[in-house]
Ligand binder design. Structure first.
Ligand code: SF4
Length: 443
């Protein structure tokens, strides 16, 4: 089983013997840039320095303690002093004593990490949005890419991507997009429309292209003419299924303009508690649903992504409630897809989440190896996906395309009762289901 400590094993331990306790104190500034030590409040830094003098921690041990201290702060689970064992709890001497202390702290940290997360109920949290800086640039050649999070180890839909905008202006605590780009700059290509016009599309092929993989598709509206260019592109290429994906409610431009039938507008949905606490700056659930309703009322096809589903104490009731709202407001004929997925991390993203220093419980979870990345253990995933799928009425299951995004094929059969033999088979089934909806809408 992975734990965040494993990341630290690759770091060079600090091996120089310490001659005096002052030497320890002098060494600590060296920790500041490369560890989480500098992210701790002054009182905790002082506390750890004092303890380090007493226990003569190695550099490696101090790094581990700083990481645990930072996690507790981010999780808002008390601070490291509250789990620090009293001297009577330790029996060893010298190095063994320091080791024993570390084991004690680590065991407590792991125990907390495995305890279901508890969020304050809606309305009690300050919403923090990322300080996004939109800029216009001249970029290189525009081309179609592959979904950046697809992996040969997961059953994937072979989604193609078009980067209309780079980076996202929202501040979702779990997001990996921000780790692909430097800083908070959101960049628009000043030649996007012209380049999109020149993009070669084979008229004999069916394409499924998403614009929400490296940014939010709708949060900027038609800023820099992006949506006009994309809508034109969809009109010119009826063999392209163009998928917008958003956590915004910004559908004004789409409502005011002709919406081609081959554009599918999709919303990432989550529970109000999750949105409030972990999807900073995004539209609240009711506004996302209202925006989707407005698009469906205009005759547009919509879709919903439950991604990432997050495990916390009230997850079951909360996700069921979202699904009930959804199924009461939409007819399955209006909906092309429902996808399910959960938190999956790569190490740089985990590091970045900690570095941001924003209170979050998003890494407070049992993390296990998942096809080379880190995610929940299988039983939790199965429980969440099955619960969500079974919360949908039969009419939806018959008429809407359901899939697992970014998950290994072993989950499909137990969750849906069916699976695809290959990514190509999955891709084809998805495209034909979407085309059926598009043609029905075009009629
Ligand atoms: S299933 Fe999800 S992760 Fe895989 S290619 Fe499709 S959108 Fe990307």
């Amino acid at each position: 089983m992975h734990n965040a400590h494993n990341q630290l094993t690759a770091l060079k331990p600090f091996t120089t013997p310490m001659s005096t306790s002052t030497a320890y104190a002098e060494r600590f500034p060296n920790l500041t840039d490369k560890t989480f030590f500098s992210r701790l409040p002054e009182t905790q830094q002082t506390f750890l320095r004092e303890q380090a003098k007493q226990y003569r921690f190695s550099h490696q041990q101090l790094r581990q303690l700083a990481e645990i201290a930072l996690d507790l702060n981010l999780w808002e689970s008390g601070d490291i002093t509250t789990i620090w064992p009293g001297p009577d709890a330790l029996t060893g001497q010298g190095k063994a004593r320091a080791q024993q202390l570390l084991q004690h702290i680590t065991a407590r940290w792991e125990q907390l990490r495995e305890t279901p997360n508890r969020y304050p109920r809606s309305g009690s949290k300050t919403r923090i949005s990322a300080a996004a800086i939109p800029v216009e640039k001249t970029k290189g050649k525009l081309g179609l890419g592959y979904c950046p999070v697809a992996s040969p180890k997961t059953r994937c839909c072979n989604l193609l991507t078009l980067d209309a905008v780079d980076n996202c202006g929202y501040g979702c605590s779990y997001c990996s997009i921000q780790s692909f780009y430097d800083g908070k700059e959101i960049s628009f290509d000043r030649d996007f429309a012209r380049k999109l016009e020149a993009l070669e599309i084979d008229p004999d092929k069916i394409y499924h292209i998403g614009t929400g993989q490296s940014s939010d598709s709708l949060m900027w509206g038609n800023s820099h003419g992006v949506l006009d260019a994309l809508l034109d592109f969809a009109r010119r290429h009826p063999n392209v299924i163009l998928e917008f994906k958003t956590k915004s409610a910004n559908v004004k431009h789409l409502l005011e303009n002709d919406l081609p039938a081959n554009v599918i507008c999709t919303w990432s949905l989550n529970t109000p508690t999750l949105i409030e606490n972990e999807e900073h700056g995004t539209a609240p659930l009711h506004k996302r649903i209202a925006a989707a309703r407005a698009i469906a009322d205009k005759g547009g096809i919509v879709g919903f992504h439950f991604h990432p589903m997050v495990h916390y104490d009230a997850w079951k009731e909360d996700y069921r409630a979202v699904i009930q709202t959804l199924t009461s407001q939409f007819h399955p004929d209006e909906v092309a897809l429902v996808s399910l997925g959960t938190l999956t991390y790569i190490k740089p993203v985990m590091r970045e989440i900690r570095e941001r220093g924003v209170a979050t419980q998003i890494l407070k979870m049992p993390l296990v190896d998942a096809e080379g990345k880190y995610s929940y253990p299988d039983d939790i995933k199965l429980d969440m996906f099955s619960h969500a799928y079974h919360s949908f009425p039969a009419a939806w299951k018959e008429n809407v395309f359901y899939y697992l995004c970014m998950e290994n094929q072993r989950f499909w059969e137990p969750v849906f009762g069916f699976s695809y033999g290959s990514n190509t088979e999955f891709e084809q089934a998805m495209k034909s289901a979407y085309l059926k909806k598009i043609r029905a809408r075009g009629d």
